[in-house]
Design a protein around this ligand. Structure first.
Ligand SMILES: [Zn+2]
Length: 590
């Protein structure tokens, strides 16, 4: 998602925003030397270990390791996604996010503000009509029959859209501007083929004679509605269309209420309908959300995992439910690991969370032993498709599992999935590991790569030192030439160092925080944040010398490694390129 907004814009934005102001508005900061401090908003603590460094435009916590830029802080603290955080920050410094950023709150902020206002008014109107409209009895009866109490209905701000073609239009569409905003917000539908001059309205209400479920964004603003029909008819549920502030593939019904009801969300249930979310809430399961008539998307999951470590998908246990669960599994795979867990809760056939919780209470939802871990669901489903008793069947299992395991990020979970596949298929882990990638397998010859083992200890700490210094003072990169050669030192992290240097060279004004920001979505991102969080042991006036010395030592290692490699070749076999490389290696830094 980060890719849609140009890097140069992110750099400019982070240069204009002051992270101290952004955080201080939410967590009051105290000056402490060059930095600012507070008690960490991300973990419980008595003494402040949360630090904001104005020179780095970066925050970090020595207690829990939280760290990041102003963008990262808004994502964590306000639970925004990347695009939303960028838009929030841009708005406060009066910058306009470039149009090619596309998705997200693409509306001009003036228009967005007007849409929030008319939707808020519509919600209040529908709530009043649920109370007062003579025809709302049927709506109330329906809600009562579903076991809903008044308190829950009020908490979710349920309402009623009266019958007739122009109830909302008459109530709120009192000026041409209001009509325009209601249409843009998806509440009015333009009539076809009516003239502008007849004086008659050219619009009608989208929602008529329906129970109205307002949909809230992360801040509790109304961004759309779902409407349930009262009589027989289609569609049973009607949702607001996509608008500049409402995107079905990103929003989750109930997330605002779940977060409001829980300071820490142990887990979130993903259910199918509005009524499932509300019924669960009323029975004490306050962490439930529903997608808005779409399958769960990657955007949804990213949002869920920002709010909780564990996602539990609830599906009917029948054939269709299992198929839908499998799609959810496939969407989840690339986001697993790093403290993210996915479970499934298969309900008895024909039940949904709403009916079940009314019949049996919350029990099934509160007992993790009833959940099916993703790994069980994955291997049980695949194993059922092959015969594990035969060699061919086990080979087929490997073929089926390979594309599913590959997208799982490296880490403990992936390792265990691979080990389980290895046991089931009888294929040894060493053979399997390269097929799925990112899995460690015991190597029979650990010392096989002698040529690359020149002073590995020193090399790794040199790379680490150089990266740390570079993160603190990005302009150091401008002193390095031919950084790509450092990769040939064979040291872990040298490729990252070379990449960081190249990035700064093409973005010479980039600051520390902004630099780290560009690695946010990469596996190395957390590591870089930690390095930037460290205080430098080197005094400011010695940083450059220390950095250049580290680069020079790395070049020595490159030189040695290359010489060792080239020395094994007869001189006559050296290419021109290799010869010139040898010459370059001995050239001094600028
Ligand atoms: Zn902390």
């Amino acid at each position: 998602m980060a890719g849609r907004i140009p890097e140069s814009f992110i750099n400019d934005l982070l240069a204009r925003v002051d992270i101290v102001d952004v955080i201080d508005e939410r967590v009051p900061l105290k000056k402490a030397g060059r930095n600012f401090q507070a008690r960490c908003p991300f973990h419980e603590e008595r003494t402040p270990s949360f630090t904001v460094a104005p020179d780095k435009q970066f925050y970090y916590c020595f207690g829990c390791g939280a760290s990041g830029t102003a963008i990262g802080f808004l994502m964590e603290y306000d639970r925004l996604d990347f695009v939303e955080a960028v838009h929030d920050l841009a708005a406060r410094v009066g910058m306009t996010v470039p149009a090619e950023a596309g998705a997200g709150p693409g509306a001009k902020s003036g228009e967005a503000a007007r849409l929030y206002t008319v939707l808020e008014q519509a919600q209040q109107y529908y709530s009043r009509e649920l109370k007062d409209h003579p025809q709302s009895e049927r709506a109330k009866k329906y809600l009562k029959a579903r076991g809903l109490d008044g308190q829950t209905a009020a908490a979710f701000k349920l309402g009623y859209a009266p019958p007739g073609w122009d109830s909302l239009l008459k109530a709120l569409g009192t000026t041409p501007e209001a009509v325009r905003d209601l249409e843009a917000a998806g509440m009015l539908v333009p009539k076809e083929g009516t003239g502008a001059t007849t004086g008659q309205s050219r619009h009608y209400d989208r929602f008529r004679d329906r129970i109205m479920f307002p949909i809230h964004d992360h801040r509790g603003r109304v961004i759309g509605f779902g409407g349930r029909i009262l009589e027989q008819g289609e569609p049973k549920y009607l949702n607001s269309p996509e608008t500049p502030i409402f995107h079905k593939g990103r929003e989750l019904y109930g997330l605002f209420h779940a977060r409001k009801a829980n300071r820490q969300l142990e887990r979130l249930f993903v259910v199918e309908g509005y009524m499932d979310v509300i019924a669960l809430h009323q029975h004490g399961v306050t962490g439930a959300v529903a997608t808005l008539g779409t399958a769960t998307t990657r955007d949804h999951l990213e949002r869920l995992f920002r709010a909780t470590p564990e996602v539990v998908f609830c599906f009917d246990g029948d054939e269709a439910g299992r198929r839908a669960a499998w799609r959810a599994l496939e969407t989840s795979l690339p986001l697993l690991g790093e403290g993210h867990y996915v479970n499934f809760l298969f309900l008895p056939t024909g039940e949904d969370p709403d009916t079940l919780v009314r019949k049996e209470g919350a029990g099934m939802f509160e007992d993790p032993a009833r959940f099916t871990p993703l790994s069980d669901f994955l291997f049980d489903t695949l194993s059922a498709q092959v015969s594990l008793a035969t060699l061919d069947g086990r080979a087929r299992l490997v073929d089926l599992a390979k594309p599913l395991l590959s997208p799982v990020p490296s880490g403990a979970l992936k390792q265990m999935l691979a080990q389980r596949l290895s046991r089931l298929s009888d294929l040894d882990l060493r053979t399997l590991a390269p097929m799925v990638g990112g899995v460690r397998a015991p190597s029979p010859r650990n010392d096989a790569r002698k040529g690359r083992s020149t002073a590995p200890r020193e090399g790794r700490s040199l790379v680490r030192l150089a990266i740390t210094l570079l993160l603190h003072v990005p302009s150091l990169a401008l002193r390095v030439e031919r950084a790509e050669q450092l990769v040939r030192s064979g040291q872990g992290g040298a490729d990252l160092l070379a990449e960081l240097i190249a990035f700064v060279q093409s973005n010479p004004d980039v600051g520390s925080g902004a630099l780290v920001e560009h690695w946010r979505d990469r596996p190395e991102g957390r590591h870089l944040q930690k390095l930037l969080a460290q205080e430098l042991a080197t005094p400011a006036d010695g940083v450059e010398a220390e950095f250049l010395a580290a680069i020079a030592r790395l070049r020595d290692l490159v030189h040695k490694t290359m010489c060792a490699e080239l020395a094994r070749k007869p001189l006559k076999d050296l290419t021109e390129e290799e010869k010139s490389l040898l010459r370059q290696l001995s050239a001094p830094e600028k």
